[in-house]
Design a protein around this ligand. Structure first.
Ligand code: DGY
Length: 415
């Protein structure tokens, strides 16, 4: 146990608000969906009960239709926009109206494996996890195509990625929210999305409000409808983990549904493969694949859906981008004109993304590459601390300091 391990645990304890963890008390003072799933992995290294609690409190925000919201506004807090009033959703606990990449089942499987035969917690959570997967496969894929729809860039968790530039350019801003933003009071503007981005994404919130947040109407009609390679891959991986749990726990009807969803997704994923063999996100309105190649390109490895040839192509691609960027994995190809080394998801390195990519590389026997990612990730923290994200050129910390998921990644993986 090192001083840095102690510091990582202290970050989690400090950001713990009593059963749920805020990503960072100033920039993000509520509970976030995929943050909590990664944070659970950090808690699991020293407090397994608390790790389960993180997932359980997240699912207290689950909607009737199965959606797990991207933010659960569990307790009032200052300093964040858009807060509960901007979403206009009347339910308790207060939540946002969109979701985020479904990492929870994969995290739950890890916690269950650590629980030494005690299945009580997973039995309580399983039906909720299953309902959330059904929401993705049915409400967000109403025609059963095998590709799930995201309706808002924040659902991807890779908010301002160049992947969304084209589809977002067709959203006509109907609001101007620049003066409402709070993030720029906490983080340098060069490290955050632009005002134009905020006006467009808040326009999508207004569109969904006008539909009273009805799930299928939102999925069918919002003016931003994209199959995110990230969500698609993370869901497929989580389906596989949930299937393992279903088989072990004897949930046979659910296991059958999961097998069907997995088969459908595997086939449909081929539509995301570009002519150069690299996978991309798909604009479901225009039918066009995104131009940019971003860190999501590696996630078909994490989903275990890439072919061995794909894996070798990604290995080459990783080496080429690392040679240019410095630290891996830059969130946008550093040779792309859209690359911006410090602006959130347009260039910086994110540790939980690295972890999923490394998991994918290991799954294809690319152990050396997986180790490089682990070492890069450890080095970023050793040099600069538990920042939200890092400049790939020099490792400088960006965004919020003392960030929960970065501390969790250190404890459970890179430290
Ligand atoms: C933000 O507010 O920047 C968040 O990423 C939205 O989830």
């Amino acid at each position: 146990m090192t001083d840095r391990d102690d510091a990582a645990r202290a970050v989690l304890r400090r950001n713990d608000r009593g059963g749920f963890t805020v990503p960072n008390g100033r920039v993000y003072p509520f509970q976030w969906n995929w943050d909590s799933a990664f944070v659970a992995l950090g808690f699991a290294t020293f407090d397994l009960d608390r790790a389960w609690r993180e997932l359980e409190t997240l699912f207290e925000g689950q909607w009737q239709d199965g959606m797990v919201p991207h933010i659960v506004f569990r307790a009032p807090a200052e300093g964040y926009y858009p807060g509960p009033e901007a979403w206009g959703i009347q339910r308790q606990p207060l939540t946002s109206g969109i979701s985020q990449p479904p990492v929870a089942a994969t995290a739950a499987r890890v916690l269950h494996d650590l629980s030494a035969g005690d299945a009580a917690r997973i039995r309580g959570l399983f039906p909720k996890l299953f309902a959330s997967h059904r929401w993705w496969h049915e409400i967000r894929d109403p025609d059963g195509t095998g590709l799930v729809t995201m309706v808002h860039p924040w659902e991807s968790g890779r908010d301002n990625s160049p992947d969304w530039d084209e589809p977002l350019s067709h959203v006509v801003p109907s609001v101007d929210v620049a003066h409402l933003r709070k993030d720029l009071g906490h983080v340098d503007a060069t490290q955050r999305p632009t005002h134009d981005f905020y006006n467009r994404v808040m326009t999508l919130v207004e569109e969904a409000k006008a539909l009273a947040w009805d799930g299928v109407s939102v999925a069918r009609t919002l003016s931003f409808r994209v199959c995110d390679l990230g969500i698609q891959s993370i869901l497929l991986r989580a389906d596989r983990d949930l299937l393992k749990l279903a088989e072990e726990l004897g949930f046979s009807t659910e296991a059958t549904a999961l097998r069907d969803w997995i088969a459908r997704s595997e086939t449909a994923m081929q539509r995301l493969r570009g002519a150069d063999g690299l996978y991309r996100s798909l604009d479901l309105r225009s039918g066009r694949l995104s131009e940019a190649v971003t860190c999501a390109a590696f996630l078909p490895l994490y989903a275990r859906t890439a072919s061995p040839e794909d894996a070798l192509a990604l290995k080459e691609y990783l080496a080429a981008t690392r040679a240019v960027a410095g630290f891996s994995v830059a969130s946008t190809d550093p040779r792309d004109r859209r690359f911006d080394a410090t602006r959130y998801w347009r260039g910086p390195v994110w540790l939980m993304m690295n972890r999923m990519i490394a998991d994918g590389l290991s799954g294809y026997g690319l152990t050396e590459e997986a180790n490089t990612l682990r070492q890069d990730s450890g080095e970023l923290v050793r040099r600069n601390g538990f920042w939200e994200y890092f400049d790939p050129r020099n490792g400088a910390g960006c965004g919020g300091p003392d960030f929960s998921w970065t501390a969790a990644m250190w404890l459970s993986w890179s430290g």
